[in-house]
Design a protein around this ligand. Structure first.
Ligand code: IMP
Length: 206
């Protein structure tokens, strides 16, 4: 089975490919492999909406079963920001070293450090691969609760990894290896559930 990973984020590709090493029956392709340079605009107000939008867009472009993740960090003391706007928060091209420093500064007097990463994974099937009337999409969610640290630590991963400490750990996501992060992470949880459904050949309604 061929599966297209509908992202240009190289870190997401590394994480998703690592999660698929136990599934040799799945041949993984990326947008770069298909020379697809663009990505759709994320116009939906929810993780679920944007994950579905990206997966369906990639499936229509490629004719392949396509998987997209839409994810972000919700910080309680910032009223859930950056949330669904995580990639654009404080400027799309602002380096994460700066974004993370600004967030730490905004929280410097704050004792409520609670935060969570959320991921919604959507897998879209081409019409030719499902029966009329069947739903053509798998959707699953993963949430990792945790807290925002007092300094940015670690150099693995990407984005907000250096400031997020997953619940039950003392290290940030950026101090964990890809394999350990994948075992606990929001994306790992959502992805494993979606892949299980894909492999079992089931799909469920939205
Ligand atoms: P998306 O590609 O539109 O889903 O944007 C997700 C954004 O959320 C990324 O650009 C990061 O800012 C943030 N994000 C999502 N997952 C992670 C993660 O695992 N580590 C760090 N940041 C993440």
């Amino acid at each position: 089975m061929k599966l297209l990973l509908a992202t240009h984020n190289p870190n997401k590709v590394i994480e998703l490919k690592a999660l698929l090493t136990d599934h040799p029956e799945i041949e993984v392709l990326t947008l770069n492999d298909l020379n697809i340079a663009e990505e759709p605009e994320e116009t939906e107000p929810s993780f679920e909406g944007n994950a579905i939008l990206k997966a369906q867009w990639a499936m229509e472009r490629s004719g392949l079963i396509s998987l997209a993740d839409d994810s972000g960090l919700e910080i309680d003391a910032l009223n859930g920001e950056p949330g669904v706007y995580s990639a654009r928060y404080l400027g799309k091209d602002t380096p994460y070293t700066l974004k993370n420093a600004i967030i730490l500064d905004r929280l410097k007097e704050e004792s409520d450090r609670r935060a969570r990463f959320v991921s919604v994974v959507a897998i879209a099937y081409p019409k030719s691969m499902h029966n009329e009337g069947d739903t053509a999409i798998i959707v699953s969610e993963g949430i990792m609760e945790g807290s925002i640290g007092f300094e940015a630590l670690g150099s693995n991963g990407f984005g907000y990894d250096p400031i997020f400490i997953p619940y039950g750990h003392t290290l940030t996501y950026a101090q964990l290896s890809t394999d350990v992060k994948n075992k606990v992470s929001h994306r790992g949880q959502a992805f494993r559930k979606a892949i299980r459904v894909l492999i079992e050949g089931e799909s469920h309604a939205l």
